[in-house]
Write a protein that binds this ligand. Structure first.
Ligand SMILES: [Zn+2]
Ligand SMILES: [Zn+2]
Length: 299
């Protein structure tokens, strides 16, 4: 049993693409000896009530949250809304719009491809993405097009068909970073940039890519981002050092979580990730302190 009080601020349940019920996630957190756990399903608060109930029964603090998927050119841009009131209308509206945005767009793009004589089904794309419940997006379409020999490589799939200006391109409804920050603040929470290595910046990498990433991060801090995942279930020691330092340089608080998904990512455990992750409870307290110390976004 660890001596310092620990928490896990990033987990998924059956309410999105995890394999365990919200109660089971909370039970695993309690069994791991954690003082608190955040349930952060993708674009939904559906599991929160069950998790809060389980938390009361198990004597562990449950922090309501969601992982919001934002539009970004280089890769996946995921941001946690943490410590929010899940009944807040603004945050519910943002999560709902993000959740609904992908389905119609994917269908419209498949229809455009069909009109061009390219035979690709939504089911094939969902299969490429590991099922319809998770995030199904253009990179999965691109991989299907490459596999079927429609295009030579991933890049030409975007150049010819899927990118802005491509023959099958459809604009996605944009719920931007600023909308998510405003809604999260309205709901009394904080925003946390997730697993920044998925953004396409190639960091730690070269000095040039680090500089590009950190100036982007500083810009987000200026627009209201609160924290970065300085610890993460699958970080290497090198990534942990780099993202902790980068967060501090950008004036952001550290956050951390396993990104537990249950049996689809069996090597990642609640509370410890792949084994080395430890997230101090003091980090959660600092995040809550930041949320409560600022005036409400709207009078
Ligand atoms: Zn994510
Ligand atoms: Zn996640």
């Amino acid at each position: 049993m660890p001596s310092a009080k620990l928490c896990d601020l990033h987990t998924h349940s059956l309410a999105s693409d995890g394999t365990e019920t919200p109660s089971e996630v909370v039970r695993l957190a309690a069994r791991a000896g954690l003082a608190a756990v955040a349930l952060t399903d993708h674009d939904t608060f559906d599991g929160i009530d069950e998790a809060l109930d389980a938390g009361r029964r198990q004597g562990i603090r449950v922090v309501p949250g969601a992982e919001l998927s934002l539009p970004h050119d280089g890769g996946s841009f995921h941001m946690l809304a943490l410590g929010v009131d899940p009944r807040n209308a603004a945050i519910r509206a943002v999560a709902g719009r993000l959740k609904d945005a992908r389905g119609p767009r994917n269908r419209a793009m498949v229809a455009k491809l069909a009109a061009l004589g390219i035979d690709v089904t939504l089911e094939e794309i969902e299969e490429e993405a590991g099922g319809a419940d998770g995030v199904v997006a253009r990179p999965h379409m691109a991989r299907v097009l490459v596999r079927k020999g429609v295009v030579r490589n991933f890049q030409s799939a975007f150049d010819l068909y899927l990118g802005r200006g491509g023959a099958a391109y459809v604009e996605r409804e944009r719920v931007g970073f600023d909308d998510c920050v405003a809604a999260t603040r309205d709901a009394g929470g904080v925003t946390v940039l997730c697993h920044p290595f998925t953004l396409g910046f190639d960091v730690p990498g070269s000095a040039a890519s680090r500089q590009r990433f950190e100036s982007w991060l500083t810009q987000l801090a200026g627009r209201g981002l609160d924290a970065v995942e300085a610890r993460y279930g699958s970080y290497t020691a090198k990534q942990e050092r780099y993202f902790s330092a980068a967060a501090e340089r950008a004036g952001l608080l550290p956050s951390g979580g396993s990104d537990f998904h249950g049996t689809i990512k069996p090597s990642v455990k609640v509370g410890s990730g792949r084994g080395r992750m430890r997230v101090p409870l003091a980090w959660l307290e600092a995040l809550i302190e930041r949320a409560s110390s600022r005036p409400a976004a709207r009078p």
